[in-house]
Ligand binder design. Structure first.
Ligand code: ZN
Length: 100
């Protein structure tokens, strides 16, 4: 077998070993970062996804509007009000009917 084929095969194996080593190092770094603070990061990602989902639902909801909610839970703040089954606008946060 010619020498250049052996050298080429060894070069390919060396590249494979280096790539495997880099991959294992990245896995170790990822595990260490997750153990250090990844849990909080993951919780943040989930919260952001849920918030985004709620925003999409609010945007998709027909006739949703911001109105002041005078319940103690909402403290007169403007909240999203959506129509309930009777067609009345209710606060999406505390389900109090809108006062008009
Ligand atoms: Zn409310």
């Amino acid at each position: 077998m010619p020498d250049w084929i052996v050298r080429a095969a060894m070069a390919v194996m060396a590249i494979g070993l280096v790539a495997t080593g880099v991959g294992l190092a990245l896995i170790v770094i990822a595990v260490l970062r997750f153990l250090q603070g990844g849990r909080a990061w993951l919780v943040g990602v989930v919260r952001t996804a849920r918030r985004r989902e709620r925003l999409v639902q609010q945007l998709a909801a027909p006739a949703a509007t911001y109105l002041p909610c005078h319940s103690p839970a909402c403290g007169h703040m403007e909240t999203v009000h959506v129509p309930d089954t009777d067609g009345r606008l209710v606060c999406e946060h505390c389900a109090t009917p809108a006062s008009r």
